[in-house]
Structure formats: C-alpha cells, structure tokens
Design a protein around this ligand. Sequence first.
Ligand SMILES: [Fe+2]
Length: 282
Amino acid sequence: MKNFGLPPLGAGAGLRHAHFDDIIKHKPPFRWFEVINEDFMNFGGYVKECFEEIRKHYKVVGHGVCMSIGSTDPLDMQYLQNLKAFLDHIDSPWTSDHLCFTMVDHTNLNDLIPLPFTREAVDNVVSRVKIVQDVLERPFLLENVTRYVTVSDREMNESQFINSILEEANCGLLLDVTNAYLNSKFHGNDPLEFIKSLPLDRVGQMHVAGWEALEDGSFIDSHDAPVPQPVWDLFQEVLKLTGPSSVIVEWDNLLPPVTQLLEEAQQANRIMQAQFPSLEAA
Ligand SMILES: [Fe+2]
C-alpha cells in the first residue's frame, strides 16, 4: 500500500490569513491547501467568510498544532469533538498533528517539544492516538518534529520510536522532509538513511519548508524562507521511495507574496511530475 492508502494530491501550500484577499481575487492555481485546524475551527465573521469562499475553489485538508499527543495531561475530549465537527464540515480526507507535546499541567507551552524515546512514551502516545482515531473517524498522521537536543535515546532511537508508534497505533506519517534534514544537521546523521529507516508505506503527506541560517552556522526551523536546494534534492530522493504523494510548502513567518508561494508549490510539482508523468500538470 502506497501513501497510506490516501490520494496523492500533488503539491500545495499552507493557507495563511494574510493571503486570503489575493487568493480570492486571483484564484492562483494551487492544487490544494493545508489549513491549521485551530486557526479555523472556532472561526466566525470575516475569517469564516473568506475561508468558505476559498473552500469553494480549493481542496483543503486539516493539520493541527494543539493536540499535544505526547502529553500526560488527559486528552481534551471537547477539543476532539470540536475538531471532528470541523473536519467533517470541510470534508477533510485525513488530518494530522505533531509527534510531540505542547501542554504541561494544562498550560500550553506554545512550542512543539520532542518526546523522550522511551517505551513509556510510546505506550502513552499509542493509547491516545487510538482514542483520537475513534473520535475523528478518518486517517490520522503524526509529523516528525525538529529537535535541537536529544531528549533521550537510551531505550531506542528516533526511527525505532516512530516505527513503534505508527505500527502499534496503526496511524500514518506526515513526513516533514525539512525537519528530517535539519535534525541530520543537528545530530550528525544522514537524512536519507534516517528516512529510509521509517515505515514509508505509512507516509500519507509531506512538508517542505525553508529556515533561518544563523551566523554561527546553526539553523532555526523558522518557515520563513524559500525551500533550500538540499531539501529539494532530498525530496526528490524520498519520492523514489514513497511514490507520488501530497506535499505542502510551509511558510509561516515573513510571508512572501502569493506568487512566490505558488512558485514554490509548482517547483514541488515539477519534481513530482518528472518522476511520475501521469500526475496532472499544475
Ligand atoms: Fe511541518
């Protein structure tokens, strides 16, 4: 089974409020948009009007940032019920969130904190993903996150951690190619070898993004720049392993004009179409 059984949508972009007017006015040929669930699930007024107009013209798929799947706080069942209603409303064929935690003792840390690679953390995440899947009633993908430090690899490495969770919870992988690349820079491993060690038949979606390079040679996963060439090269290699997929260009800060975002998405589509000519032209 390729692509976790999900339809390969080609390349699109993350939908951001600042681009609403241009998208509604010019209808640029994005194949699809990923929407941050929490940005829209409780919306109203102007945001809702714009969002509903955009939905008339584009496929949208929900992606979350607040589930805190690795937390030891109880799952927020009201949040999950609201999320289910939102995903039903936008007819999202799948949804995703990050393999991390964001909540501690009911306080949102507003960051994606990596988990320790332990059996205890695997069991905790697996039990929570099963509940999430029961409530949401659609395929659920977990995204690999960047980690500037190794929290713990005494029991297993990142690949074993991800493999265990996906297999035991029977969920999919949102493969963030940039995160895998940056982690290889932080921790000195080969990004393609890391990706090859993941259960690639479970990859249902991918992300690519740019980052901020600091003067001291380090990086910040800032989503504020064009996708660098090494990530495009890695993406090209990954596609040989996964087959055609659905990919999103993530750009969250220092937003570019819509035309530049579209060019990034079209670059991803060109790379995909070069390998899979049967994919429709963007
Ligand atoms: Fe991502």
